[in-house]
Design a protein around this ligand. Sequence first.
Ligand SMILES: *Cc1c(COP(=O)(O)O)cnc(C)c1O
Length: 462
Amino acid sequence: MSTKHNLIAPRTTGEWQAADSQHYLHPFTDFKQLAAQGSRIITSADGVYLRDSEGHRILDGMAGLWCVNLGYGRRELAEAAYNQMLELPYYNSFFKSAHPPAIELASLLAEVTPPQFSRVFYAGSGSEANDTIVRMVRRYWDLCGEPGRHTIISRENAYHGSTMAAASLGGMRPMHEQGGLPIPGIVHIEQPYWYENAGDLAPEEYGIKAARRLAEKIEELGPKNVAAFIGEPVQGAGGVIVPPPTYWPEIQRICDHYGILLIADEVICGFGRLGSWFGSQHFGFRPDIMTLAKGITSGYQPLGAVMVGDRMAEVLIEKGGEFHHGYTYSGHPVACAVAIRNIRILRDEGIVERVRTDTGPYLQQRWRELAEHPLVGEARGIGFIGALELVADKATRRFFPKRGDVGTICRDHCFANGLVMRAVRDTMIISPPLIMERAHIDELIEKAWRCLDLTARDLTNA
Ligand SMILES: *Cc1c(COP(=O)(O)O)cnc(C)c1O
């Protein structure tokens, strides 16, 4: 157990768990159930492996929470933070001030993002970035003299974060049921989930059909009332929903036709996850706004960002007046310093390129072998993201009667066998660090296969 700096005294696993359940309310957690079971205590990590308080070594198939793109233990990122803390640990960008890390990162983001982006607004997280968008988009339409354009269209089962506006943009019903969401002016359409929703349609046909839901919703609301459409290029937390290739081009066409803003939530897909710098580039669409977080710092520091496309930036600047919005930690110098280092490493070491041409295709090829397993109805993915549908009947795409139980069984086997794979209902998902090599990928596939076997055995014995 690492207690290098005498900041935290060593404790046994049992002691950690007892203190944890007494004092710590975890996010997205059934508090009582966790207290009964005890948390898993992760104490350190290196490369693509985690270590827990019992000394187990675990292959991290989720890159933390979709964020540790460069893997654990990169000294350069730690040094960037350390040096910046000594130089200038904090200053704000309110009241006509700025500092070098925020400016340098803004320039770097303008370089690595698609050509329509040359300006950034900083936040502390993906949720804050998406909250910012709701206000910014409505402000944009006010300034354009079309204040009626107020409604933002999103998708069922989308995930855009957990603050009031971000959770409202999201399409997670259990989240909406707590706290009176969604807030007014946000509506949801069908997600492009071919495996569950397409019936007999081929993926290409279904992609068009799912995209046309947007046009139908715009017509229903009245085109003059619609401000924007928001979507994750690939829905992550919703279960790695990969849209058919026809989907995004049709969404683009519809947004252009009605003149509404197109927002890409790139919090997961951004910074190399699909083997492209941004998910919109993979699918060939041209967003007006992008939200970034997670991979922007490889999770070493909390940071969110809104890339504001030129169409919008010009109006906000020229017609603007003050935009009454911002956070104490907008453009935090330490987070920005780490982001600069992280993005330079991604670029200079050719990591995105490697995911696109080498390790990504290899992972996808091996991942699809898992579709041979009797439990697996579909194995899908792009680059370094993937999903397995665990089903009761492969031929008819029939799910298990109580969605989620089998996924939980499988996830628990994974953890017990040295692999982090997450379960969303009965969909097993991965989003590994982008630095995984072929040998790690082989290890991931072997462990996944073994855990699918253990899951199947539990189901036969039940
Ligand atoms: C995680 C996530 C968010 C929210 O980011 P936080 O940093 O947790 O607030 C937003 N959008 C997507 C697509 C995400 O995966």
